[in-house]
Design a protein around this ligand. Structure first.
Ligand code: PLP
Length: 307
């Protein structure tokens, strides 16, 4: 699917034309994989575009960079303002996905990244549901990947590091090749870690369970959904989930900035619950969309309005 282009991209402190935000083929990150990024959404609320959890995303971007040994040549305040300037400079009529990227640029080759120039780009385009509207309503088919999440002594899963997404990409590819929509990855102990780009939740006997972030991204949406669920009166447990527990869940769903709240209809061909979006998933999904669309004053603090 073609990317819905916007007019500008924020690139190293300037707004440049979409097609002028380019880089050299000897860009260090392209060869050795060290880059960090964020996935942010802005929603078209009744009061105009509003960025969801901007400060939390920028904080994680800086923490990812620090973990990966990259010094971002801007302050967090400058990066926050850059998001706002970018959205103001473009024309959008619907919800937007924002992709800040920090990468090691041109000027040095070899594995060592010491002394590499650091570039920062932020692009934002109109984007709908990550896996389509149908997925939000009817759920998706999930396959447990043969690839596992790397142990914490191999990779840093809490960093939103581009390098981590090779593992995600291969798992996602395997799931698609097997006729499924998304992959679920196990940790080195065999417990469920997360999806290729989402956190995992189950509902069992009315209790909501989601794994700790030992081998998964410290997710902003997971934290929000846990808060929403608690506010709705649910008990939420952060505990490890085994494969058979997942198969026998009453409901299962993915969460993420891109995936929002996406119900899961089957895992490894085991139908979850009724095989349709469950009532708890539905309720959480509704509450989540109300919040991001600016319809719940209690959560207004999560939104940064552009106008
Ligand atoms: C691997 C992975 N896990 C979890 C998530 C969900 O994180 P968040 O809710 O902060 O978007 C994402 C998406 O960014 C992801 O890529």
């Amino acid at each position: 699917m073609a990317l819905p282009e916007a007019e500008h991209i924020w690139y190293d402190g300037k707004l440049v034309k979409w097609h002028e935000a380019t880089t050299h083929v000897l860009t260090h990150s392209l060869h050795y994989g060290n880059a960090v990024f964020e996935g942010v959404r802005a929603y078209m609320t009744p009061k105009g575009l509003a960025i969801l959890c901007l400060e939390a995303h920028t904080k994680r971007l800086f923490e990812s960079a620090k973990a990966c040994g990259i010094k971002i040549p801007f302050t967090a305040e400058q990066i926050n303002q850059a998001h706002i300037d970018l959205l103001k400079s473009n024309t959008y009529t619907d919800n937007v996905y924002i992709r800040p990227l920090v990468f090691l640029g041109y000027g040095k080759m070899g594995v060592s990244h010491i002394g590499c120039p650091v570039n920062v780009a932020i692009a934002a385009w109109q984007w709908g549901a990550y896996m389509g509207e149908e997925a939000l309503q009817n759920g998706i088919k999930v396959k447990i990947a043969s690839w596992m999440k790397p142990a914490p002594f191999s990779m840093m899963s809490k960093a939103k590091a581009s390098a981590n997404y090779f593992n995600s990409q291969m798992a996602n590819f395997e799931a698609h090749e097997a006729g499924c929509d998304e992959a679920l990855l196990l940790d080195p102990q065999g417990f469920i870690a997360e999806g290729s780009g989402e956190c995992f939740f189950i509902v069992k006997d009315g209790v909501i369970i989601t794994p700790p972030n030992d081998t998964s991204l410290e997710s902003i949406t997971q934290k929000n959904v846990i808060q929403i669920a608690k506010d709705l009166g649910y008990t939420v447990l952060r505990q490890r989930i085994t494969r058979d527990e997942a198969y026998n869940a009453d409901e299962a769903f993915f969460t993420g900035t891109a995936a929002e709240v996406t119900p899961i209809s089957s895992i490894d061909s085991r139908v979850i619950g009724s095989g349709k979006r469950g009532s708890v998933s539905h309720e959480l999904q509704g509450a989540y969309f109300d919040i991001v669309m600016g319809k719940n004053p209690k959560y207004e603090h999560l939104l940064t309005y552009i106008n």
